[in-house]
Structures are given as C-alpha cells and as structure tokens.
Design a protein around this ligand. Structure first.
Ligand SMILES: NC(=O)c1ccc[n+]([C@@H]2O[C@H](COP(=O)([O-])OP(=O)(O)OC[C@H]3O[C@@H](n4cnc5c(N)ncnc54)[C@H](O)[C@@H]3O)[C@@H](O)[C@H]2O)c1
Length: 267
C-alpha cells in the first residue's frame, strides 16, 4: 500500500460526465475510492459512472447543477447514502465563454461567474458542513478545486474566464484557512491545468480564431505549446494524477496551495 492509496474514501466529482472530470473520477476509482459523479448531463454522467463501475469500483451518478443550492444538498445526501461517507470533493464543473473585452456580454459573463465561482463556493460550503466534526460524514477530508493556467497568465479573449479562475485560486486559500482555524479537518487545494484538448479546450482554440487572434485552431494551439517549457499540451491523465495526489495522504501537509499542472506555461 502506498500513501497515494484511496481505499475506503468516498468522492464526489462535479462535472464528471466527460473531459477532465471523467478522467479524475476514473483515476480516483483506480486509486481505490468509491466515486459519485455529479453533472447536469444525466445520460453521459450515468454512462461514465457505469464504465467506472464495470472496472470493479463503486460508482454512481447524481444530477447536480452546481449553481443550485438544493442540488448540492441532494448530491451530498446521495453521496453519503450510496457510498457510505464523504471524504473527497473535486470541484471540477466549469464553463468557458471566450470574448474579447470589447465584445463581453454581461449575461454570459454572469453565467460564468455563477458556475465557476458560486458553484465552487457552494460545493465547499456543503462539503465542509458534511465533513467537519459532527457533520453527517464527520471524518474530515480533502477538497480539490479546478482553477486554470488562465489564473496565472494573460491570454487574449479570456478576461472573464481568467477572472473566475483567479477567484477560484483565492477562495481556495480562504477556505483552507477557515477549515484549519475552525478545526474542520478538511484540506483545500487547487490545481491550474494547462490547455487540454477536451471539448472545452478545442472550443477555446476555435473561438480565438473566430475572435481574429489566430489564423487557425492549429496556430492557436501552436502558440500555446510555444509558451510551454514541456513542449506539449496537457492530457487528461496529467490533471487526474495531480488530483489523486492532492486527495491522498501523500499530500497530508499541503493545504491552501495551488499546483500548476501546465508543463511550465504559467511560470
Ligand atoms: N480543458 C482545458 O484546457 C482546461 C484548462 C484549465 C482548466 N480547465 C477547467 O477544468 C474543468 C473541466 O474542464 P473540461 O475541459 O473537462 O470541460 P468540459 O466542457 O469538457 O466538461 C465540463 C463538465 O462540467 C459540466 N458542467 C458544466 N456546467 C455545470 C453545472 N452548472 N453543474 C454541473 N456540471 C456542469 C459539463 O456538463 C461537463 O460534463 C473546468 O472547470 C475548466 O474550466 C480546463
């Protein structure tokens, strides 16, 4: 057994139906955790959970819109009832709306603030309530919030998105401080993923072309790789492994930290 082993832990991964979240849920399960996927995409979420269950792990799906407080209450209840506890929350659900500053639309910006910031904070609220001593799960735990390299660089056409991810960085630090000071026993960290060619990542590459910034999606991706010391895009597994580390006892003295997982792009 290694300190990365998550046998016996119970995890909820938001936005786990596809993309990075699905990879994180699969990696947590491979490390031994039971996993609940929470997402707005019901059939895809159920499919991803079934795939994980088919590999022999305990896995389930719960409908969760992270902007809705009632959904959070139900998702935490379901996690505790179906998995028998709640030790790990991965706040991964997020959206990205590309726009030059001169083209920002208030409604789209507010929706992004709602999902990326309010959704993440509500997740921590309900995780803390459940995981702290005398909470319904009551054994402490680990929260990993998914920020972005966008919080650490200046890339054109993502001002609003970058702002939401900078917010995730700060709310991670404050939540870690509160958890420590108030004795909740919950470590809180975040990661800053570099660009990964998920649906979101590929749409971003197309959107910056539409904004007139690059001649083609390939040129946009090339520019990002050019700025990345590791010389490649990120892969889902790169992010998933970092999340497993931050959920595991291997990171037991790490809280309030932000880990770049970006091949060095955000130096
Ligand atoms: N892909 C990248 O390049 C990249 C880089 C840095 C950070 N990130 C962040 O990683 C996270 C995952 O990104 P991805 O690339 O997998 O995106 P994706 O669009 O492929 O998947 C996002 C998932 O979140 C779900 N979701 C969206 N709104 C939701 C809501 N209100 N409630 C619950 N679920 C919701 C979607 O249904 C989807 O399953 C996001 O927070 C994103 O900002 C992605």
């Amino acid at each position: 057994m290694t300190t990365f082993d998550l046998t016996g832990r119970k995890a909820l991964v938001t936005g786990g139906a596809r993309g990075l979240g699905a990879g994180m849920a699969e990696a947590l399960a491979r490390a031994g955790a039971a996993v609940m996927i929470g997402d707005v995409l019901t059939s895809l979420g159920e499919e991803t959970a079934a795939k994980i269950a088919a590999s022999g792990a305990r896995a389930g799906f719960v409908k969760l819109d992270v902007t809705q407080e009632a959904d959070w209450v139900a998702a935490v209840d379901t996690t505790i009832e179906k998995l028998g506890g709640f030790d790990i929350l991965v706040n991964n659900a997020g959206i990205e709306v590309t726009a030059l500053v001169v083209d920002v639309e208030a409604a789209a910006l507010r929706r992004m603030l709602d999902v990326n910031i309010v959704g993440t904070l509500l997740g921590m609220k309900h995780a803390f309530r459940a995981m702290r001593p005398n909470g319904r799960a009551g054994k402490g735990g680990a929260v990993v919030n998914i920020a972005s390299v966008a919080a650490t660089i200046a890339f054109p056409a993502i001002a609003g998105y970058s702002a939401t991810k900078s917010a995730v960085d700060r709310l991670t630090r404050v939540a870690a401080m509160e958890s420590g000071k108030l004795g909740y026993g919950v470590r809180v960290n975040c990661i800053y993923p570099g660009l990964v060619p998920t649906e979101m990542g590929m749409k971003l590459a197309a959107d910056v072309v539409a904004a007139g910034l690059f001649a083609s999606p390939e040129a946009a991706v090339g520019a990002i790789i050019e700025q990345t010391p590791a010389g490649r895009l990120g892969e889902v597994a790169d992010m998933a492994d970092a999340v497993v580390f931050l959920c595991s006892d291997a990171s037991r003295f790490i809280t309030g930290a932000g880990l770049p997982v970006d091949g060095g792009m955000g130096m």
